[in-house]
Design a protein around this ligand. Structure first.
Ligand SMILES: Cc1cc2nc3c(=O)[nH]c(=O)nc-3n(C[C@H](O)[C@H](O)[C@H](O)COP(=O)(O)O)c2cc1C
Ligand code: SF4
Ligand code: SF4
Length: 316
């Protein structure tokens, strides 16, 4: 649990960081191990997704790779056995950007995976942006994989509909009636996947270059802690709850118990996965006294139908 003292300390650090943004830039020029293959046959696509957007890109990448005759497993990070990772000769990981970074439960998980020495690895993030530190978040994922011996061959960031709930969602992402993701986003995903394969074939790696960004400085703030302070109510409406358990399976820290209407505020990461996935609006959250509503309700109120890539009609 973040204390006030920690908060003040981190705020001071942030001030220093913002004064020296250039110090944040560093290129990871570490010598990578040799690639274990230049002709991958078995790919693992790992995704973490709260509102389905990252999962959509993971699935599309899987379809593209299958079209190139690779065997593909596209799996939710939550609940997989990490010991399967060394069995693959290509690993691609995708997460949303949360609080200007990789979701903390995923970075912690990546620190515990076994050695994947020589395995080509690529990372992507989906984000709500436009200024949300996406580049650095994807570099962070790649760095964690490289720390385990992965050889970086690609990274990218795909723009989306923001899933961060507010009492007053706006539809800025939907300007001109053009819904995100759109054909351009899917084109970017196809290029990313093709580039990854091309780099492996030509034995070309990429360096992990963090960009100087004001938003990077914000990571020094205890953003989750501050948000949790602003969320003055977080519980479950017993009258509305249908006991489907979706919030439990979506919660990365097992912080919610809908059957007892309890949320363990110490464990909660303020990821809004419970609110954003409850099918009947039974998760009650108030932000500074105002009731929040989740992603499905946002889509409904704005009459947004998310476009799916054409590949999905032929690829299971
Ligand atoms: C708790 C939370 C924090 C977020 N923080 C950021 C952020 O810092 N930068 C950004 O670009 N998008 C941010 N977003 C938006 C998500 O990254 C974006 O909507 C993403 O595509 C959601 O992916 P998913 O549907 O796979 O969960 C945030 C969303 C949530 C719920
Ligand atoms: S209880 Fe907290 S950590 Fe769990 S899904 Fe809800 S917001 Fe996320
Ligand atoms: S997702 Fe909603 S309806 Fe389902 S158990 Fe949780 S609170 Fe109840």
């Amino acid at each position: 649990m973040e204390t006030r003292r920690d908060f003040i300390k981190k705020s001071a650090i942030m001030g220093a960081v913002l004064c020296l943004p250039i110090s944040l830039t560093h290129e990871s020029q570490a010598a990578y191990p040799d690639l274990k293959t230049r002709n991958p046959k078995k790919a693992l696509i790992l995704w973490y997704s709260q509102t389905g957007q990252t999962r959509r890109y993971a699935r599309l990448i899987g379809c593209i790779l299958k079209g190139k005759d690779l065997t593909v497993d596209a799996l939710d990070i939550q609940g997989i056995d990490k010991n399967i990772l060394p069995d693959y000769d290509l690993i691609i990981i995708g997460t949303p950007v949360f609080y200007y970074d990789t979701p903390s439960n995923i970075s912690e998980w990546l620190k515990t995976i076994p050695s994947i020495k020589g395995t080509p690895v690529a990372a992507f993030v989906s984000f709500g942006g436009p200024k949300g530190n996406q580049h650095n978040a994807s570099c962070h994922l790649l760095k964690l994989l490289a720390n385990k011996g992965g050889v970086p061959v690609g990274r990218d960031a795909f723009r989306n509909i923001a899933s961060y709930p507010t009492p007053h969602w706006n539809s800025a992402n939907q300007s001109s009636g053009q819904h995100l993701p759109n054909a351009a986003t899917f084109g970017q995903v196809r290029r990313f996947t093709a580039d990854v394969l091309e780099r492996i074939t030509s034995n070309e790696t990429i360096s992990i270059g963090y960009e100087p960004a004001m938003r990077e400085g914000l990571r020094a703030l205890p953003l989750v802690w501050m948000n949790k302070k602003a969320i003055n109510k977080h519980t479950v409406d017993a009258q509305k709850c249908i006991g489907c358990g979706t919030c439990v399976s979506k919660c990365p820290t097992k912080a919610i118990n809908p059957f007892k209407q309890i949320v363990d505020r110490d464990r909660c990461l303020a990821c809004f996965g419970c609110l954003n996935n409850c099918p009947v609006d039974a998760v009650v959250m108030e932000y500074r006294g105002e009731r929040l509503y989740g992603f499905p309700e946002y889509l409904k109120r704005n009459k947004i139908t998310i476009i799916e890539p054409p590949e999905f009609s032929t690829c299971s």
